[in-house]
Unconditional design. Structure first.
Length: 305
């Protein structure tokens, strides 16, 4: 099922036609409040009431020209202004291909640096999303370049990639901000772990490796997962080591485990909800379905009304 869903995410014909169907638009509401920034900001208040921060991302990936990259950068600058006006604990997360990584790395750097500066002015962070394994090296390299000038830049790392432990060792001297996820792309076995127990073990190992530096305030650690059993194991390890609950942040998607997000926040953990929006949701949505069988069951219920 996972491989089928990831194949569907890549299929151009399905990408063009499925998003038009009413059941697909109903189902995607499970994971995103809507396609506009207004809809994304409209759901922020309940999170604020529970002390939960927000991480906003406008869906989209590869671009055809640098004019589109400018439009994306302008959009995020406008979003940062609105986050500040609403006095939200809100940050942004952006794919570098949205800023032109395929077209001009220097232009991409300039856009990203400008967004870092803007986010810093309102007291927030600029996060870089990770994409497929072909983009891992240029993304890590861009992060290193940005981190040399901007303290408030964070990076998503994927636990299932076999190279990630080396990438993490490379980045830890920079006092980085890391959002650790399992990984949602269909990668070859030579590149990534494909069995669930291997991915979970890699995730836990990487998180535990970062905990001492995170507890010392030298690394910001976000656990980007809905696997509560895995979060509990990492939290238990941290507690036994004497680290405070605030040494890491649990980051979950809007619409998933909402009650658990509130419970964790009320228990003293830092929690941040990832609020995605935008018209380019098809491939992103299929990858979310591929992550958990329960997500597929939800989508099928929408299919049958």
């Amino acid at each position: 099922m996972r491989h089928l869903l990831l194949w569907m995410a890549r299929n151009r014909w399905l990408k063009e036609h499925l998003p038009r169907l009413p059941f697909a638009r109903r189902a995607v509401r499970r994971f995103m409040p809507g396609e506009t920034v207004d809809e994304a900001l409209a759901v922020a208040e309940p999170f604020r009431a529970h002390g939960i921060g927000m991480l906003f991302t406008r869906l989209g990936e590869n671009l055809a020209d640098l004019g589109e990259a400018q439009e994306v950068a302008d959009h995020y600058h406008g979003l940062l202004d609105r986050i500040a006006a609403l006095e939200l604990d809100g940050e942004i997360s952006v794919k570098l291909t949205q800023l032109g990584l395929d077209l001009d790395t220097d232009a991409t750097f300039r856009h990203a640096a400008s967004l870092c500066e803007h986010a810093a002015r309102i007291g927030g962070a600029f996060w870089i999303d990770m994409e497929g394994s072909a983009y891992t090296e240029p993304t890590v390299a861009m992060y290193e370049r940005l981190k040399a000038e901007h303290a408030n830049v964070g990076l998503c790392l994927q636990a299932y990639l076999r190279r990630t432990p080396v990438d993490l060792q490379r980045l830890m001297p920079l006092n980085p901000a890391i959002r650790l996820v399992k990984g949602a792309y269909d990668e070859h076995a030579a590149v990534a772990f494909r069995k669930r127990n291997e991915v979970d073990a890699a995730y836990q190992s990487l998180a535990v490796l970062m905990l001492p530096q995170a507890a010392a305030g030298e690394l910001r650690l976000g656990l980007g997962t809905h696997d509560l059993e895995l979060v509990d194991r990492i939290a238990d390890y941290a507690a036994r080591a004497g680290y405070p609950k605030t040494c890491f942040e649990v980051q979950m998607l809007y619409g998933i485990r909402a009650r658990d997000q509130v419970r964790l926040a009320e228990s003293g953990y830092r929690v941040r909800a990832l609020i995605s929006y935008g018209e380019a949701w098809y491939a992103w949505y299929l990858r979310r379905l591929a992550e958990r069988p329960a997500n597929v069951a939800f989508a099928l219920r929408q299919l049958f009304g």
